[in-house]
Write a protein that binds this ligand. Sequence first.
Ligand code: F6P
Length: 343
Amino acid sequence: MRIGLLTSGGDCPGLNAVIRGAVLHGIKSFDDEFVGFQRGWRGLLDGDAVPLTRTEVRGLAKEGGTILGTSRTNPIEAPGGGVETVRRVLDDHGVDAVIAIGGEGSLAGAKRLSDAGLPIVGVPKTIDNDLRGTDYTFGFDTAVQIATDAMDRLRTTGQSHRRCMVAEVMGRHAGWIALHSGMSAGAHAVLIPEQRVPMSELFTWVREVHERGVAPLVVVAEGFLPEGFDEEFAGGGFQEDGRPRLGGVGEYLAAQIAEGAGVDTRYAILGHVQRGGAPTGFDRVLATRFGMAAVDLVRAGGWGRMVALHGTEIVPVDFTEALGGLKTVPQHRWDQARALFGR
Ligand code: F6P
């Protein structure tokens, strides 16, 4: 078979490992051929394809980013997009099936194309880990590790000055990165989009920790809504998909804590550092397994489905399982973390 691969949406450590896993498995096990469409669905609509052989994927499991480039282009709504364009480009390039590696938006586009009869399977991707249908997405473990390392560093400088340190991490609608990195670094408060926390409670946590001689660490997800706000803090400008770029809640909270809790406070916004660089071993393995399983799904004609991690096994699930809502942090996970906040 001749299989097309593309990476779509925000990049994520492990994308290259998926590409390598798919190409190596397809070539070695089935004599398949591969092409890569550049810059996500945009490259597919433009017919911008490059060959992917064993040479192109050599040593790729450890490389961050994506060798194919990415975009947030919607294959149906974008200028020049639509089912017929996709069908024509696939015919022109002799492509029998597409493996689309993407998050919720990208998989929604993939679903519409497969509903129209096109041979598409998916691989779920997001550092935010907020996709339904899979227990974990690759990139999340790497982001948590990067954030943990940063917080460990913030804690030593914070402790030297007896300051409160605020670390802002990614997480637009779900607080998974904040919850896991905060728990891992021993944060004294974790603020996530799913939970409202009164300022007075945050100030109490910070003050109590400070009073026992410890520098408080507050972790906040970019999508957290502080008391009195109905919209997330936007750093200015918009993403390609029209959503505002987030960022800045950490700076706001640092000023509030300094005044409200009376503790000298500094902040750090980790931003895209969390998405860059080499994936962890866990993410390399998960991504490689996803890539290999996606080829098996193609060979089984599993159009309209994506590979997913359930427990420790990779299984196929319908696109619909991943769409129509996000996997947010459940109440019991928040309650458990919260029991360790403050003093
Ligand atoms: O959806 C993943 C994500 O990393 C969000 O947490 C973040 O808000 C967004 O992507 C940033 O996207 P961009 O790279 O377009 O700035």
